[in-house]
Design a protein around this ligand. Sequence first.
Ligand code: PEP
Ligand code: MG
Length: 315
Amino acid sequence: QRAARADAPALPGALADGTPIPLLANLGSAAAAPEAAALGAEGVGLFRTEFLFLDAAEAPSVDAQQEQYTRLLAAFPGRKVVVRVLDAGADKPLAFLDASEEPNPALGLRGLRSLRVSEQILRDQLTALARADAATDARLEVMAPMVATVEETRYFTGLARELGIRVAGVMVETPAAALIADRILAVADFASIGTNDLTQYTMAADRLLGSVAGLQDPWHPAVLRLIGEVGTAGAVLGKPVGICGEAAADPLLAAVLVGLGATSLSMSPSALADVRASLAGITRDDAERMAKAALAADGAAEARAAAASERPASG
Ligand code: PEP
Ligand code: MG
C-alpha cells in the first residue's frame, strides 16, 4: 500500500461505511501544491495567504496577488480550494498590516479585525481572488480568520459576495464563534475550525509559550465540546464544517472530530496517509462512540485514552 501511495493519487478519504470525508491540504505557497496533490490531497482546506507576504513592506497589488492565486488554483482543477484572507497579527505579523503596540497581541487587532481597519487591503485581496477564480476552474472558497460575532460574519460574507466570491465562510477560532455557531452558520456558507487558536483561546494559554504548552492540547474536553457545538450546528443547517488546525493531523483525534460532526479535514500533506488509513478503519457509529467517550473524560490524556479504547481493533 505504501508503494501505491507514492505513484498514484490516493483514494478519497472515507469511513469504512463509505461516508466521504474529504482530506485536504494546509498550504502556504502555490509551489507546495504539486507535492500535496501527489500525497493524495483532494484539494486545499487552508491556504495561508499571509505566508506569501511575510517579507513585503507594502500591501501587495491586486495584480501581484492575482498571479499567485491563479498559480494555486490552476494546480487543483475541479477541486475545492479554501483560501484564507490575510491573518495578520500576534504570531503572524505583517509589516503593512501591523497593529500598534498592544499588551496582548493575541487578543488585539488581528485577523479580520485588522483587515476591517485597512479595508482596502481586504477589498484588493478579494478582488484578486475573484479574478483568479474566473480564470481557472478550481472551486474557490474564501474564509476569514479570527471571527467572534455574527456581525463580523455578515460583514465579511457580504463584502466577499459583493466582490465576486461565490462561497464565503468563516473560521471558528474563538470560543464565542463556536458557542454561536448556529447563528454564524445561518449567515456563512461554511465554517472551518482552526483548532490551534480555538485551543489557545479556550484554554487561555498562549500558543507561543512553552511554559503553558501542556494546556495547548486540542484533546481537552472543553475544546472538544466547542467543536461539537459547531458540528451540531452544521448538521442542523446542512452547512459544511471543516477542521484546519493541527488537530486534524492526529489520526485518532481525526476520528473523534468526524464523530463531533466535521465533514472534511485539512492538514499538512505529510499527515494525509495516516489519517486516511485511520478513517478507513471506522464507521460513523464508531466515530460517534469515540467522540462521546472523549467528551465525557476529565482531561486531555483521559480523552485520548477513552477514544482509543472505543476504537475498533484494526484487522
Ligand atoms: C488555527 O488557528 O488552527 C489555524 C488553522 O490557523 P493558524 O494556525 O494559521 O493560526
Ligand atoms: Mg488561527
